[in-house]
Design a protein around this ligand. Structure first.
Ligand code: MRU
Length: 360
């Protein structure tokens, strides 16, 4: 996912009357195919069904979805247009609750519409499309900057363990947790990546292993319950994951299993890093206990990918995310630099409540 041999994760095709094209991530790693979304309902469906997933990518898709949702407004009443826009944003915000990048991007679209002095609604629609594309382009730049800030962590010959998918497929391009790996690889540093399979829907095996192989990076796949053994064998020098929301005190919500990995890392004295852009920080929540955690259908566990692997009616515990306490996080790699140690003061110093000016 570092060059254009693979299509962009999510892209706007054409002008205002165009559409959104995205890689259908439920089909990978066996099939690389695109979904074309022409209305806001198909964007909502794609996000809630994980056809597009990963915190920054769903923010970009939602911003583009806003344009699909309001472009057919035919009136000339600005207040009515803004009310329609709010309804579209509220609808998209409900598609997934944990990743703050989704509401962050939707809030940017709301602010863009309100701060634009344009009385002409047709011009305002074009301005909103430009804002959605800007969110996409800024994300790509932030990921590159994360790569530069995290590159020195990847030493020649080291082993890097990651969980879920925080690569190009989860962002506009390049990724967050995978960005330092891509940057080090481009600099010619030899290392080995280890990808946790990531039960229940296998983002690690279907997406991370696939995109690292596409980039020519040496990657080895393991089941989630093998990470401790791998560490004990001395194969892991550091772990890097992405994040869906980071609270003001540094608690990190990310894919279920991230917390276990952080505990295992501490038990083996292995540094545990999180990589995330400023759009993933939510300074309005004091700590991780206030982050809403999505629970998904028990059938993702009982009959993953259509095959029944458990009693059909057995109750399941199925949170999509967990919260890793800040004390287990060695550092957070952002587009503005490394936050280390991780606490309320070091976060406030780098991530101000105004995250609109990006230092990329
Ligand atoms: O349920 P998913 O696949 O959307 O979960 C994704 C993750 O947990 C990622 O690690 C996170 O969104 C960071 S993506 C750069």
């Amino acid at each position: 996912m570092t060059d254009r041999t693979v299509p962009r994760t999510v892209e706007w095709i054409g002008d205002l009357d165009g559409h959104v094209s995205m890689i259908d991530q439920t089909k990978l790693s066996t099939e690389l195919c695109m979904i074309e979304c022409h209305d806001v309902e198909s964007i909502h469906d794609a996000i809630s069904k994980l056809k597009i997933r990963g915190a920054p990518a769903i923010g970009i898709a939602a911003a583009m979805g806003v344009v699909l949702g309001i472009r057919h407004y035919t009136g000339s009443d600005r207040a009515e247009f803004l009310e329609d826009l709010d309804n579209v944003c509220d609808y998209l915000a409900a598609s997934r609750p944990t990743a703050v990048n989704l509401t962050w991007a939707l809030d940017r679209m709301r602010r863009c519409a309100r701060s634009s002095g344009q009385a002409d609604i047709s011009q305002l629609k074009v301005t909103l499309l430009e804002e959605a594309k800007r969110i996409r382009d800024e994300d790509a730049a932030m990921c590159r900057a994360i790569g530069r800030h995290g590159e020195s962590l990847i030493k020649a010959g080291c082993g890097v363990l990651t969980h879920c998918n925080a690569g190009g497929l989860a962002t506009s391009e390049y990724g967050t947790a995978l960005a330092p790996l891509y940057t080090a690889h481009e600099s010619g540093v030899p290392f080995r990546a280890y990808a946790d399979e990531t039960r229940p829907v296998l983002q690690g095996s279907r997406l991370t292993a696939w995109e690292l192989q596409q980039a020519g990076i040496d990657v080895t796949l393991l089941c989630d319950n093998m990470a401790g053994s791998l560490m004990k064998d001395g194969k892991v020098d550091l772990a890097i994951t992405g994040a869906d929301r980071i609270a003001a005190n540094g608690d990190v919500a990310n894919k279920i299993g991230t917390y276990s990995l952080a505990v295992l890392s501490q038990a083996h004295s292995i540094p545990f890093y999180v990589a995330a852009p400023s759009s993933t920080f939510d300074l309005s929540v004091a700590d991780g206990s206030q982050i809403p955690i999505e629970h998904r259908s028990p059938d993702e566990i009982r009959r993953g990918f259509g095959t029944l692997t458990a009693p059909a009616n057995v109750p399941c515990y199925s949170p999509a995310f967990d919260v890793t306490p800040a004390r287990l996080v060695t550092g957070i790699i952002t587009e503005r630099g490394m936050i280390c140690p991780v606490d309320i003061d070091t976060i406030a110093a780098i991530i101000r409540s105004d995250t609109s000016g990006q230092d990329t």
